[in-house]
Design a protein. Structure first.
Length: 313
């Protein structure tokens, strides 16, 4: 049977061209919110505080820049909501028409169909529609941050980016371990739930035959095992987090040390302003990439429910 795939092509098809253009423009402008602090704090060292006009000019430019970016962010979210609304309308139409046209609709209860459509549509909205629109903005954030890093100082900027990329290692290494621990806990938790279910369903027989202690002993053993698996899962998360803290400490201090060393020896035109700007902006590039990866995982989790049976009237 043919199916309609709710994918990026489908999304683009159901969003007007003018709205796509406005969305991309606002994404590009609002993306600089993440690096404004870095740029402005970096420029503090270049201000002539003895010249009040210079100070007023700096404050005025800073206020204007933030105002433009924040207005763009507000408009971005308003346009994003408009896009998601249009996609929700098209999605629910697809689901409703498909359910109505399929033969199994004759045996289905109306309330069950309505709940199915509403629940599935809401999950796709939250994990897919908002996911792909947020990814677009984060891609612009990566580009904007990378531009600031490279423009500030090419050599030192590359060093900052490479060292900041080390922060991706814990999540990459820990992901497999966390999945294994989580899978083991889910399995033991399912066994615990099944054990409780069996005991309650056979409660009368257990009491009549006087074997309560045997079943409770088995329940206690399964409970201890489940809680131990849960403890190990959480411990794994804390260990990965600790490694991330250590790497973050290295990526924070080592680039600053290298920058100060370059500045002391007069290499690559490194200044205090450049070190401050790079310290505040380089790590954002990796942070945005990490967030994009999380959104991609979230989007892939909806693959199965984004397939709708075709319909013909």
């Amino acid at each position: 049977m043919n199916t309609q795939q709710i994918n990026f092509k489908w999304v683009v098809k159901h969003v007007p061209i003018y709205l796509q253009i406005v969305f991309l423009v606002l994404s590009a402008i609002s993306a600089f919110e993440g690096v404004l602090n870095a740029v402005l704090f970096g420029q503090l060292t270049n201000i002539n505080f003895s010249n009040i006009d210079h100070v007023y000019k700096f404050i005025g430019l800073a206020f204007g820049a933030y105002l433009i970016v924040y207005i763009a962010m507000l408009l971005f979210y308003l346009v994003q909501n408009r896009i998601v609304m249009l996609l929700n309308i098209a999605l629910k139409q697809e689901y409703f028409y498909s359910k109505f046209a399929n033969s199994d609709m004759k045996q289905a209860r109306g309330a069950d169909v309505i709940n199915s459509i509403s629940g599935t549509a809401k999950e796709i909205e939250q994990k897919y529609f908002f996911g792909i629109t947020d990814i677009v903005q984060f891609v612009f954030n990566v580009v904007a941050s990378a531009i600031v890093v490279v423009e500030t100082n090419l050599i030192l900027g590359i060093i900052y980016l490479l060292l900041s990329a080390l922060t991706l290692i814990p999540s990459y290494i820990g992901k497999k371990r966390m999945n294994e621990k989580t899978e083991k806990w889910n399995k033991s938790n399912s066994q615990l739930i099944q054990a409780m279910k069996d005991i309650f369903e056979g409660r009368l027989e257990i009491l009549n035959f006087g074997v309560r202690h045997l079943f409770f002993k088995r329940f206690d053993r399964i409970l201890v095992n489940e809680e131990d698996k849960y403890r190990k899962m959480n411990n794994c998360q804390f260990q990965v987090q600790f490694i991330a803290w250590l790497i973050s400490l290295v990526t924070l201090l080592l680039p600053i040390f290298i920058g100060l060393l370059f500045m002391q020896r007069g290499w690559f035109n490194v200044t205090v302003a450049a070190i401050i700007t790079l310290s505040l902006s380089a790590d954002r590039v990796v942070g945005y990439l990490r967030t994009i990866a999380l959104y991609q995982t979230q989007i892939h989790s909806t693959d199965a429910i984004r397939k709708i049976k075709s319909y013909n009237f």
